[in-house]
Design a protein around this ligand. Structure first.
Ligand SMILES: NC(=O)c1ccc[n+]([C@@H]2O[C@H](COP(=O)([O-])OP(=O)(O)OC[C@H]3O[C@@H](n4cnc5c(N)ncnc54)[C@H](O)[C@@H]3O)[C@@H](O)[C@H]2O)c1
Length: 384
């Protein structure tokens, strides 16, 4: 029997909470929900990702009902288009219809999209009710469910979609990362989640886990086989890194890095992730696939500024490829177009580009206005 793990998150401005990780943890935790600070027994509002096998959802929600919760279910078909104000509004209306009160929790069962919408609804409804995050994708387990960022996309009248443009910081009361839920993920979605693990490994030396990237490389066969024990360790170590970053800079206000360091590779990724036709199926890349390419590009950009060794770039490219993620891609627009797209990313400040780059493998920092040639070197490194 695989044992579980727990990681404590201690944001400076919000109550501390635990991330519990293990097989079957979401159902097993049902008897502890009513004991969480700020939660009372009564109604429970479950927001459910349509992609999760119904049997797993039933096991979790039946366990909640057996503990005396009156459970209301609301399902969401997750897509970036549905991560919208309209869906947010529908969740709020259903919560009101169910008569949810201040101390009655939202349970978010799903990937990052469902977690972000449910978390934002919990942050807003009656000015805030508790949310418990139950991430069911690897990306949500190692990243999105922890740290309290919630929100939806804004779709403008001109047709453009602004990612995560409306939202709130709302830390969960608990996170339940049930590794049994990851079994049913399709291979592409599972591997996409590994990109955030590589990212954490690339910054972890500054956050008390210098061996994370190496351990991830050595454990890759067991990770890809989704062995429950190694998944528990993978999630626990990644969450611990994210928890330390969040504790240092809960609301991303640090000028020297803090939470912005978690954007390593993301400014490159955001410039390409909405482009249709880059993925082999003719659609856009998954977020994690774009991040994987962005990590290689950020490493090469760092190298070209003399901040990282060439052999370290090869290590990054190697681990990305080990994950089965793309490290090169054909069909990218020209450099000028890509630079323009990077400048429109919301990580620019006052028209200046601030890029998270490496200063050695395992250590990241924010760099303002990196030279255009260095940015272009990053793009060249990922052109097939
Ligand atoms: N809040 C944060 O800090 C944060 C951090 C990173 C990413 N995000 C957000 O997370 C979102 C991406 O999350 P994601 O990668 O989890 O994608 P996702 O939520 O779109 O889920 C991916 C797919 O997996 C399916 N799925 C979910 N659980 C499943 C299961 N157990 N078995 C089978 N299929 C399952 C979903 O139905 C969906 O089709 C983005 O919107 C991103 O902005 C938020």
């Amino acid at each position: 029997m695989t044992s579980g793990a727990a990681v404590r998150v201690e944001p400076a401005g919000s109550p501390a909470y635990e991330v519990r990780i293990g097989p079957g943890i979401a159902a097993a935790f049902a008897d502890e929900i009513a004991g969480l600070p700020g939660i009372q027994q009564g109604r429970l509002f479950a927001v459910i990702d349509t992609g999760i096998p119904p049997a797993w959802v039933d096991t979790v929600l039946d366990a909640c009902a057996a503990e005396g919760f009156d459970v209301t279910r609301f399902t969401i078909d997750p897509s970036e288009k549905n991560k919208s104000i309209e869906t947010f509004r529908a969740v709020l209306c259903a919560m009101a219809d169910a008569g949810i009160e201040r101390r009655e929790p939202v349970l978010a069962l799903g990937g990052g999209i469902v977690g972000d919408i449910a978390g934002f609804a919990a942050a807003s409804y009656r000015r805030g009710v508790p949310v418990i995050q139950c991430p069911t994708t690897l990306l949500a387990a190692v990243d999105a469910s922890v740290g309290g960022k919630t929100g939806v996309n804004l779709s403008l009248p001109d047709g453009s979609l602004l990612k995560n443009m409306a939202g709130a910081f709302h830390q969960p009361a608990a996170v339940l990362a049930d590794v049994s839920a990851l079994v049913s993920l399709d291979e592409r979605t599972f591997r996409a989640g590994l990109a955030e693990c590589v990212k954490h490994g690339m910054i972890a030396a500054d956050w008390s886990d210098a061996g994370l990237l190496e351990w991830t490389r050595e454990s890759m066969d067991r990770i890809l086989a989704r062995q429950p024990g190694v998944l528990v360790d993978l999630i626990a170590r990644n969450v611990a890194v994210k928890a330390r970053v969040v504790a240092a800079d809960e609301r991303e206000q640090s000028d020297t890095g803090g939470r912005a360091l978690l954007n390593l590779g993301h400014t490159y990724a955001h410039a390409i992730e909405t482009i249709d036709g880059l993925a082999p199926d003719g659609g856009p890349l998954l977020h994690g696939e774009a991040v994987a390419l962005g990590l290689v590009a950020a490493a090469e950009c760092s190298r070209s500024m003399g901040r990282l060794g060439a052999s370290d770039v090869l290590v990054v490219r190697g681990v990305v490829e080990q994950c089965g993620l793309p490290s090169k891609i054909s069909g990218l627009p020209d450099d000028a177009t890509l630079l323009d797209r990077m400048m429109h990313d919301k990580k620019t400040s006052g028209g200046r580009l601030r890029l998270t780059l490496l200063r050695g493998l395992g250590r990241a920092e924010l760099v303002s206005d990196p030279p255009a040639e260095a940015i272009a070197a990053g793009w060249s490194a990922i052109r097939a």
